[in-house]
Design a protein around this ligand. Structure first.
Ligand code: PGA
Length: 252
């Protein structure tokens, strides 16, 4: 049985004080509830203040990105080891805003995923198709390529520390959520591919979150689907009441 996992991706939003307040409200409201895994991923500068706010609570901390080197002359970058040191358990790799907005390739993301796992982080690895790709009936092909190249060389043991996030790019920040049929079909396809790329046990174990316009009113419908194991939430994760309603929907 895969536990549900709801993660909030705060993107480039919040201030130091609003980040602290949001993290505190989420953690206090959950009161250590173990029925669902919950993580928040603040912007880098607020990781330390949020880590402090989450100390001793059940809420996990994630970075939104990392570099693939441990250290070096990489101006503006943050290494996985730094994320570990500041208290992160997770890091998001391959978000569409980095794939498509910043041109990060499958090969580049693969290096980051490996480096993050080696540093002891767990990875939320994002995949998903553009609207043009869905309309051209290329969704499965795109997902297959992203999985094959993005997770290349990872061992089944490492996959125990990987969460997949299926985020159709056309649903991110648009208010256009995938239908339950579209989400279930994509998730089942991803799980099938994980079975081929790794093994059946790995495929059955890996959590696959859905992301893209998840809101309190559609969360329960999505997360009750057999292959949807939680949500990666953007906009609605910035409002404590909305995020908590989504977490509650995961509990069922
Ligand atoms: P959204 O973002 O919930 O605002 O659509 C999801 C994401 O980008 O992870």
């Amino acid at each position: 049985m895969r536990p549900k996992f709801v993660a909030g991706n705060w993107k480039m939003y919040t201030s130091a004080s609003s980040a602290k307040a949001l993290a505190t409200t989420v953690a206090m409201s959950l009161k250590g509830d173990k029925r669902v895994m919950v993580a928040v991923c603040p912007p880098f500068p607020w990781l330390s203040v949020v880590a402090e706010a989450l100390e001793g609570t059940s809420v996990l901390l994630g970075g939104q990105n990392c570099h693939f080197e441990k250290e070096g002359a990489y101006t503006g970058e943050v290494s996985p080891i730094m994320l570990r040191e500041i208290g992160c358990q997770y890091v998001i790799i391959g978000h569409s805003e980095r794939r498509h907005g910043l041109g990060e390739t499958d090969e580049f993301l693969n290096k980051k995923a490996k480096a993050a796992l080696e540093a002891g982080l767990k990875v939320i690895f994002c995949v998903g198709e553009l609207l043009s790709e869905r309309e051209a009936n290329r969704t499965e092909k795109v997902l297959e390529t992203q999985l094959t190249h993005g997770l290349a060389g990872l061992t089944a043991a490492q996959m125990q520390s990987v969460v997949l996030a299926y985020e159709p790019v056309w649903a991110i920040g648009t208010g256009k959520v995938a239908t339950p049929e579209q989400a279930q079909a994509a998730h089942a396809f991803i799980r099938g591919k994980l079975g081929e790329q790794f093994d059946a046990g790995t495929a059955a174990h890996v959590q696959i979150q859905y992301g893209g316009s998840v809101k309190p009113d559609n969360a329960a419908g999505l997360m009750s689907l057999p292959d949807v194991d939680g949500a990666l939430v953007g906009g609605a994760s910035l409002k404590a009441d909305q995020f908590l309603a989504i977490v509650n929907a995961a509990i069922g």
